[in-house]
Every structure is written in structure tokens, then in C-alpha cells.
Ligand binder design. Structure first.
Ligand code: GDP
Ligand code: CA
Length: 311
């Protein structure tokens, strides 16, 4: 079995590759829930839904989130009442959140509901929230105010400097039994090219997860979300710099060196391979831009080969 620590877009693209390269059921993704938010009384799990919709081939390709062929009548009605409408919820997408909210209210776990939603969309790999407990990523801005991750990311368009990040509720959260089983028994474990601070950070922060991942370091590989010093999309590069880390594959290596033995870096960063190795990780250079056809599947094959020691 192939385990993947996952956020949203970068992870979802990698999971497509993994399900092309291997029998889909062989891959288990352990997904961030720090982005989860309750809006209008609805339980919304953006990273789980991005993985589900992407694997289903139903993600909107231009927005990069939400469903294709979406309409926005419910949001227009809501805005007409003066309700909060900065967090876009399409009419089709709302059905997912209605179902999730209803099932959670009836006592189902997020793990169970996620499996039901994934099955409905024909997702072949396993998607596991890292925990069934509530963990909320909170961002402190440079002016000292603290806001939820979605207020930072969506309402402010991450166009504001931050000074720290914390994961509210994480100290009393527990990883699910399924997650711990996947981490301890996987033949290979890949840290997907997701935001290290707000996508992978909250996964590792759930008590027990970081130690379990570190304990099998030699069979773990990370893929850099930073290419040529920049994130392909989103604020990962600025967040690293604002939090005093280096926005480069060297900075990524310093974050992951205790968790994985190798870092796959893009061909654009070939010159930095020796510095990555000095930082304590084996550097493996490969094409990593997964919008190019075939790259995601090749990357999954390479990551598994490196993790299992055949490359
Ligand atoms: P989010 O939760 O939707 O913001 O997504 P993630 O945290 O999973 O992914 C965001 C990160 O993924 C950014 O730092 C991107 O640079 C990185 N990313 C997205 N697509 C790719 C890709 O094709 N290749 C690599 N190497 N990184 C990617
Ligand atoms: Ca996310």
C-alpha cells in the first residue's frame, strides 16, 4: 500500500498520477482537515472535496476548486439577503455539504462520510481525514489579529502578511485508527507537493502522526511544492518567507528532513541538489509540474521506487 500525506490541489494532482500508475485501491491519502470550516451551519471540508472532485474528473479546471458546470443561484439568493457570500458555494457543491452536515449530525464520523462521498464520485483510492476531531488552522496577521485559514485564504485572497500559524484544537485531536494503520503499514509514504505549513503542517500536528511518520523515515519521500523558489499557485512561497524559512527546495528540505529520507525536486532546481543533500535529504531531480501530461504518473512511479529503495 502507498500512503500519501495530502492537502488540496497539489496532492490531488499527485493522487491522479498514483491512481494511473498503480491499481487505485493501493493508494491511501491522509488528508488535511485544518481548512475545514462551518459556513451557514454547513460542514465544509475543502481539501477532502478537492481530492474527491479531482479524482472524479469533476473539478472545475479554470477555478481549480469546486465542481465543473456549476451554477450559483443559492449564493445569489444568499447575497440578496445580505448574508456572508465571500466563500463561494456552488449549487452542485452545496449538495455535498448538505449531505456531509446531515450525516455528521446523525453521528457518522468524518471518515465514514468521506468514504460515502468518495464512493458516490467513483474515487478508486482511499481518502482518510487525518482525524475525526475538529482542527482549525488559525493565521495571525502582521497587525496581530487572528483569523481562520479560510478568511485569510479566500476572503483576503492571502494578500496580507502573516506572522504565525497555529492549529486550534489539535492538542486534543486523535488520528483515526485507519490513519495510524496506513502510516505504520504502508510500503511507501509520500509527502505530496502541498503547502508545507498549512496543508501538511496540520496533518503532522495531530498527536502521534509526526512521530509515526518519522519512525519510518527511510521509506518516506517528499515532493517539493516549491519550484524555482516559487509556489506554482497559492501563498506557500510567501508564507515560508514570512515565517522566517527559506522559500526554496533547501527550505523545504529543512522542514522535511526528519520525516523523509529523500526530496524530489524539479529539474529547474537541479543546481540546488547538493545543497538539499547538505541539508540532510537525498535529492532526486525529476519533472514535477503535473499539469504536463504524464508527469503525475511518472512522479508517482519515481516516488514509490525511491521510497522502496529500487531507485
Ligand atoms: P491547496 O490546499 O488547494 O492550497 O493545495 P495544496 O496545499 O495541496 O497545494 C498547494 C501547493 O501545491 C503549492 O505550493 C503549489 O506550488 C504546489 N503544487 C501544485 N501543483 C503542483 C505541481 O504540479 N507540482 C508541484 N511540484 N507542486 C505543485
Ligand atoms: Ca487547502
Amino acid at each position: 500500500m502507498h500512503a500519501v500525506l495530502a492537502g488540496g490541489v497539489g496532492a490531488a494532482r499527485y493522487l491522479i498520477g498514483a491512481t494511473e500508475a498503480f491499481p487505485p485501491a493501493d493508494t491511501t491519502a491522509i488528508v488535511n482537515v485544518g481548512d475545514d470550516i462551518v459556513m451557514h451551519g454547513l460542514n465544509i471540508s475543502p481539501d477532502l472535496d478537492t481530492c474527491t472532485y479531482t479524482l472524479a474528473g469533476a473539478i472545475d479546471p479554470t477555478r481549480g476548486w469546486g465542481l465543473v458546470d456549476e451554477t450559483w443561484q443559492a449564493m445569489e439568493t444568499l447575497a440578496g439577503y445580505g448574508g456572508e457570500s465571500w466563500f463561494g458555494l456552488g449549487d452542485r457543491d452545496l449538495g455535498t455539504h448538505l449531505h456531509r452536515t446531515d450525516r455528521l449530525a446523525s453521528g457518522a464520523t468524518l471518515t465514514e462520510v468521506t468514504a460515502e462521498i468518495a464512493a458516490r464520485w467513483g474515487v478508486g483510492c482511499r481518502l482518510l481525514p487525518v482525524t475525526d476531531d475538529r482542527v482549525s488552522t488559525m493565521v495571525t496577521l502582521i497587525d496581530g489579529s487572528e483569523i481562520t485559514f479560510q478568511e485569510y485564504f479566500v476572503r483576503l485572497g492571502h494578500d496580507v502578511e502573516i506572522s504565525s500559524v497555529r492549529f486550534d484544537g489539535v492538542d486534543s485531536a486523535r488520528p483515526t485508527a485507519e490513519v495510524m494503520h496506513a502510516i505504520t503499514t504502508a510500503d511507501s509514504l509520500v509527502v505530496a507537493p502541498s503547502n508545507p505549513i498549512v496543508s501538511i503542517g496540520p496533518v503532522l500536528a495531530v498527536p502521534g502522526v509526526r512521530d509515526a511518520v518519522a519512525a519510518r523515515r527511510d521509506r518516506n519521500v517528499a515532493i517539493s511544492p516549491i519550484i524555482g523558489g516559487r509556489a506554482l499557485k497559492g501563498p506557500a512561497d510567501r508564507m515560508l518567507a514570512e515565517l522566517g524559512q527559506e522559500s526554496s527546495v533547501i527550505g523545504v528540505a529543512r522542514i522535511y528532513r526528519e520525516l523523509a529520507s529523500a526530496l524530489i525536486i524539479d529539474e529547474a532546481d537541479r543546481d540546488l541538489a547538493p545543497a538539499v543533500e547538505s541539508a540532510g535529504m537525498r535529492a532526486v531531480v525529476a519533472p514535477t509540474i503535473m499539469s504536463e501530461p504524464g508527469v503525475a504518473a511518472s512522479l508517482a512511479r519515481l516516488a514509490v521506487a525511491v521510497a522502496t529503495g529500487t531507485r
